[in-house]
Ligand binder design. Structure first.
Ligand code: ZN
Length: 377
């Protein structure tokens, strides 16, 4: 049986002001893993199948909170304690237990939540507090504190709901930095459980912290591989063939249903691959409509799909194998063209050109082939 049931109410505290974070940005809208902190938290709770979720929020502007069903939204008060007290009094959700969490901690974990609930239900604690140990040296004025004795208190914290409501009433005027303080100041009156939580569960207070966190773990990178090959025919006349969107004079003719741009076909396939969208033939089969078609249109299709996921090119590594035409004289032009088409800096693009050392059909000049490896972020 799942531990998360209708007797557990989850309160997400998103009402604080963001003054330490930024004077301009609402912290709730700051992006973590390409989602704002509020959405990130709500999606996580929905995944865990919480049925009763209350969001305490002061400023809904710019949030997409209305895309979620069954959320209860309550306006925050002037202080943290006032916000929580109001929400617990006004909520429509009845339950025996409540978990309270700060939206600024995006790394909340299922493991921790389950431990908290277990201690509330099975071990019958009144208040469950996650903490981590302090590994930094902490000083007051010039004196070191004994870090072995220090506990860094985190959220989510779990409570017997009636008891925390009573304590909030009793301490109406007190300014609290977390809710467990209400139980701690009562000394030995309540059963309190401290859970050591060594997982990273940092609170985002400053903009720099969020940027560091995104750099460390928040980056969502997808990679794809694409391969294309076309038959070539040697001719006495010179032909214009297309490579990477550039027309190049060549002594071979490329045989293809479309315009035969082997580089753009490989890039398109690698992008579709990174997005788990199969391949170019799925969307552009060899039919009448696609005869002689400009390959830029295939590439643009894949780019639209990438943009709809709010992703960008991270880097792309292209390898062309051909005897004719020689790529190096056209290197700059091709890189410029690909950079424009992909709307990414030239620094993110590498093109390598090689021959097949006269071996096999590519080596004899009967084929031109291209590989593309792309990573998107
Ligand atoms: Zn092709």
């Amino acid at each position: 049986m799942t531990l998360i049931n209708s007797n557990i109410h989850f309160v997400l505290l998103a009402g604080g002001n963001s003054s330490r974070f930024s004077s301009k940005t609402n912290k709730l809208l700051a992006k973590f893993k390409n989602k704002n902190l509020l959405t990130h938290n709500i999606e996580f709770l929905k995944q865990l199948k919480f049925k009763k979720i209350t969001i305490i929020v002061n400023n809904l502007k710019g949030t997409n909170i209305n895309i979620f069903d069954d959320l209860e939204v309550i306006k925050g008060g002037k202080t943290r304690s006032e916000s929580v007290k109001n929400a617990l009094k006004k909520t429509k959700f009845k339950s025996r237990y409540v978990l309270i969490h700060d939206v600024a901690r995006p790394l909340n974990s299922e493991k921790l939540i389950k431990k908290i609930i277990k201690n509330l239900i099975e071990k019958k604690y009144d208040c469950v507090i996650p903490y981590s140990k302090c590994s930094d040296t902490v000083i007051i004025n010039q004196d070191n504190l004994d870090r072995e004795k220090l506990k860094l208190i985190k959220t989510p914290q779990g409570f017997i709901k009636d008891k925390i409501i009573n304590l909030h009433e009793k301490n109406n005027k007190k300014i609290l930095t977390d809710d467990s303080q209400l139980f701690r100041i009562e000394k030995n009156k309540y059963k309190i459980k401290y859970i050591l939580d060594n997982e990273i569960n940092i609170k985002i207070t400053y903009k720099d912290e969020l940027e560091s966190l995104n750099r460390l773990i928040g980056n969502n990178i997808l990679v794809g591989i694409g391969y294309d090959i076309h038959k070539t025919i040697k001719t006495t006349k010179s032909h214009l063939i297309k490579l990477g969107g550039v027309k190049i004079k060549s002594k071979v003719k490329v045989i293809s249903h479309s315009d035969g741009d082997v580089i753009l076909h490989a890039i398109t396939d690698s992008l579709l691959g990174a997005l788990s969208l199969r391949d170019i033939g799925t969307y552009f089969p060899n039919n009448k409509k696609n005869f002689n078609r400009n390959s830029i249109e295939f590439l643009k299709y894949a780019l639209t799909k990438m943009n709809s996921k709010k992703m960008n090119i991270n880097n792309i590594d292209i390898m062309i194998v051909s005897e004719e035409p020689k790529i190096n004289p056209h290197y700059e032009k091709i890189v410029n063209s690909i950079s424009k088409l992909l709307m990414t800096s030239k620094k993110n693009i590498t093109i390598k050109a090689t021959t097949n050392e006269k071996s096999g059909l590519i080596g004899k000049g009967d084929f031109i082939a291209c590989w593309s490896n792309v990573s998107i972020i």
